[in-house]
Design a protein. Sequence first.
Length: 508
Amino acid sequence: MNKILIIDDDMDMCLLLERFFTRNQFQVKITHSGKKGLEELEKNPPDAILCDFRLGDTDGKELLIQIKQINPDVPVIIITGYSEIKMAVEVMKHGAFDYVTKPLFPEEILITIKSAIASAGSGGTATMPANDGTAAKKMLTALRKDSKNQQYIFGDSKEFKDILRQMDLVAPTNYSVIISGESGSGKEAIAQEIHARSKRSTAPFIAIDCGALSKELAASELFGHEKGSFTGAMNQKIGSLELANGGTVFLDEIANLSYDVQVSLLRVVQERKLRRVGGNKDIDLDIRIIVASNEQLWDAAKIGRFREDLYYRFNEFSINVPPLRQRKDDILTFAHFFLDKSNQELDKQVKGFTPEVEQIFRYYKWPGNLRELKNVVKRSALLADGEIIDVRALPFELVNHNRLAFDSLPEEEMKTTLAESNNNGWSTPSYNGISSSDGSSSVASQPEEFNKLNKYTLKTVSIDAEYEMILEALKKANFNKSKAAKLLNVDRKTLYNKMKQYNQFNEQ
């Protein structure tokens, strides 16, 4: 029976999750603080951890770093509010397996938990190498098999067609490549495609998230170590670079490596040799190295965060991946691809999106890029009642992103945003006809297809006003419903009834 550790200070939520996972044949342990969670992790290592981003004694990023120091292999799923997507993406860089957004849907979490446990036990490309030579050979066989079965999709935009041409140029060579782009923009898929089009395509492709490697473990994970080379080194370990011999290594978030590890990596790049930690023998390497960063490596080199000589070694060819918000022609292409994948995963037959949903997708900023789009589509497919995903299946803040973003701006920036939106034929961003700052309704000035979302009548005013207050309270309480109810001075049941009333209105 697989074990799950839940770290969350919302006791009601923990109780519901415990009942749900127990019914689904999981052994569940609950703690309500980061400190207690770490203690439980050390005493009884779980198969997966479900952790709230906001805790009373710490936050998800700091806790994740500590979890990975204790047990680098345990998959961690972060629970986050939808307004915290940027922070969730940041946590992914530090080794989280995935994130789920509130309100939580048990079926969605169950699928994510099962995927995390399967990934941790599969020896896939994102899993660090085993500790002995026999296990390493088995993993190498699996990696060679995986490289033939990868499936990719690339966008239709002019920007991505330019990237495809660059890949065609560099793939047949042995050049090192730097791929730059925001988190979640598809850098690893590009690296995999370069490998698939190269002469090394039948050899392993190993992806290493340098942001998830602690300073203490990074050298061992990359270069391997000999038995007894340091306290806890009970067996010989073959490093990821050695496992990739003959193939391609993808070093994601390369700028996060410590200076000492960068020095050792420079020797590997220059001489194509490595020495395991505690070893006295050089090992010949024949690998291609592709690196990625969500910042410009040259900027990191200029301020001393990254070695200039290592930057020049890697910079034989570079590819910049624009964020999804700058590739609007790609959004629906990827959305339909992710929908097909979600149908397979959820055993559903959802065929597409309403025009209103497609319009929202095109105008949304997508701070989490493709990773966020994938999660939104998967979540919406799970909630869809019929064959088409409509607005009711989308997260509330996705539908309302324009108005909510506008409401949170400083006064001067609000004026600038309002002027820009009016120049584009839009009034103050709104939902359900919320009026603009001059008191006039914004519905008439918005695109016709978006007006279908705005069912503004007198009877909805009080409902919208209440729900805005509820949403604000939920955000302040980090979507903890018990805390939000206290802020609103109502009991939890009343809060649920109000939210249900709003959902029933939207279904009319």
